[in-house]
Design a protein around this ligand. Sequence first.
Ligand SMILES: *Cc1c(COP(=O)(O)O)cnc(C)c1O
Length: 364
Amino acid sequence: MSFPAAVRLTVDLDALAWNFAVLRQAAGAAEVAPVVKADGYGLGAGPVARRLWREGARSFFVARLDEGEALRAALGPERPADITVLDGLTPGCADRLAAARLAPALMSLAQAHRAADLGAASGRPLSVGLHVDTGMNRQGLDPAEAAALAASPQHLRHLDVNLVMSHLGGAAVPDDPRNARQLEAFRAVRALFPQARASFAASAGVFLGEAYRFDQVRPGVSLYGGGPQERPDPRLRAVATLEAPLLDVRRVAAGETIGYGPSARAERDMMLGIVAAGYADGIIRAAAGRGYAWAGGSRRRLVIVTMNMIGIDAGDGGLAAGDAVELLGANVAVDDLATAAGSVAHECLTRLSAVGDRRYLGGE
Ligand SMILES: *Cc1c(COP(=O)(O)O)cnc(C)c1O
């Protein structure tokens, strides 16, 4: 292993392709449409999407309009993917959506009416997705609004609704009663738009069973090697590896307090490894005391996480300045880090956008 000079992110595009294949297998007949919002969960939407296109992905989801524009440019004219913007038809953005050939996933009745007005003004039905809120209470028309829209020819005439979608709030926990309720609500809504394709499951939903998969699934975090939350699938591989070198290994006497504040103490005489990385590089501070890193072939407890330095329990020694420490990767599961930090794998990954020194393995 070569020692990184400083904190460095490695993105393994072969592992990404592997995870895409795992999800395709899990998704059965449903299309797998990768979610590459937040710059591909911090790993780089361009390289991620270009590789997934090579693996056969043809539909992508982003959150923001500017993400969609950047993705369209990154894919280029030779990869004419379907790109859907989850923010939908935000005010004043119709021209930019059209220029980049981005489909809005309409997320409110107001957006649906605005889309119909635009379609009417242009003389051509506007191509849209329709996000229906089946119980997450975050985005989408409620089922009654969707039904009213479906029964309103003066609006529908100006819309080409080719995707009906909804999002699960409790899919991380398979027996969350909300899952079945949302499923029932979604079945009713999709029946209102029989010509549209139906998309319901994100990563966790793919693993809830066939009933949840419909025509298209929208995994994000699982493609990048996380989750589904609380029950990671062992077939998924780590895509992101974050490494940094040890700056120093120092002795701390029993009873001494380590770092800022009183919380970290040496319970015995110990060796503390000081890693050249910190929360400025995306490792969540709250992981201190509970999370672990990987160095010298074993797990090392994170003792402190400060802005630019992390202290790890170096055990009986054997570690030296210059040694590489893995903070995230094949030996430090993103879900474990997330649990230690009281967070989710999604947040741990998106924080890696802070790391500028990155390399891509495996080819786009
Ligand atoms: C973020 C998001 C996804 C992907 O979720 P993961 O848990 O990362 O798989 C899918 N659909 C919608 C609407 C989202 O906001």
